[in-house]
Ligand binder design. Structure first.
Ligand code: 2AM
Length: 180
C-alpha cells in the first residue's frame, strides 16, 4: 500500500449495547468453531469496501456519503453463517431490510459517480463475528438481535500489533435530524 494511502470502507456500527451482545455471541462462536472472535469495538456491518485509497482522494470518498440520503431502519440479526474461503463466521438478517440494501446500493453508485472504485461484489449483509475458522462454520438461527440503525460511517482499518482496529472517520445520519 502507498505510504500516503489509507484503507477505508463504509459501514454501520452498532450502539454499545448491541455491540456487547454481538461480542458475547462472537465469543461463544469463536470457541465453538476454534476461530478468533471479533471484539466489541470492531463489530460493524460493511456497506461498501473501498480498500487502499490515497489520502489526497479522501474528499471524493466523503462526497459520496454527502450524496446519499438513506432512511433509518431496524435490522434484525437472526441467522448464523460462514464464508468458507474467507474463513469467517458471521451473523446476518434472514430478511435484509430494503432500506439497508438501498443504502449500500446508493453508496456504491455515489462512490462510482465520484470516481472512487470499490469492491462491487453482490452485497451480502453480514456482521463478521470470528475469523480464521478452523472448524466447520456455524449455521441456523439465533434469538433475534434488534439493532436500530440511524447513521452510517466512514471507517479506516489499521493494522496494529493487537490485530485489526477500525477507526470511525466520519458519521452521517439517516433520515431527518431529530426535531426537524
Ligand atoms: P468481512 O467482515 O466479511 O471480512 C474491513 O476489512 C471490512 O470490510 C471487513 O468487514 C470486511 O469484510 C469488509 N470487506 C468487504 N470486502 C472486502 C475486501 N475485498 N477486502 C477486505 N475486506 C473487505
Amino acid at each position: 500500500m502507498d505510504s500516503d494511502a489509507v484503507r477505508v470502507f463504509y459501514a454501520i456500527v452498532p450502539p454499545p449495547g448491541v455491540a456487547a451482545s454481538l461480542a458475547e455471541l462472537a465469543k461463544g462462536i469463536g470457541q465453538r468453531v476454534r476461530a478468533r472472535a471479533v471484539r466489541a469495538g470492531n463489530i460493524h456491518l460493511t456497506l461498501a469496501f473501498v480498500g487502499a485509497w490515497p489520502l489526497s482522494g479522501m474528499p471524493s470518498v466523503k462526497a459520496a456519503a454527502e450524496a446519499v440520503h438513506g432512511e433509518p431502519f431496524r435490522l434484525t440479526l437472526d441467522t448464523l453463517g460462514s464464508f468458507r474461503r474467507a474463513g469467517i463466521a458471521w451473523v446476518g438478517p434472514s430478511h435484509p431490510p430494503p432500506q439497508l440494501v438501498t443504502l449500500a446500493t446508493s453508496l456504491g453508485e455515489a462512490l462510482l459517480a465520484n470516481d472512487v472504485t470499490y469492491d462491487a461484489r453482490v452485497f451480502r449483509p453480514h456482521v463478521t463475528l470470528a475469523r480464521r475458522l478452523r472448524a466447520p462454520g456455524p449455521d441456523g438461527t439465533i434469538d433475534p438481535l434488534e439493532w436500530d440503525v440511524d447513521a452510517f460511517s466512514l471507517m479506516e482499518s489499521h493494522t496494529t500489533a493487537q490485530g485489526m482496529c477500525y477507526e470511525t472517520l466520519a458519521t452521517w445520519p439517516l433520515g431527518a435530524p431529530a426535531g426537524q
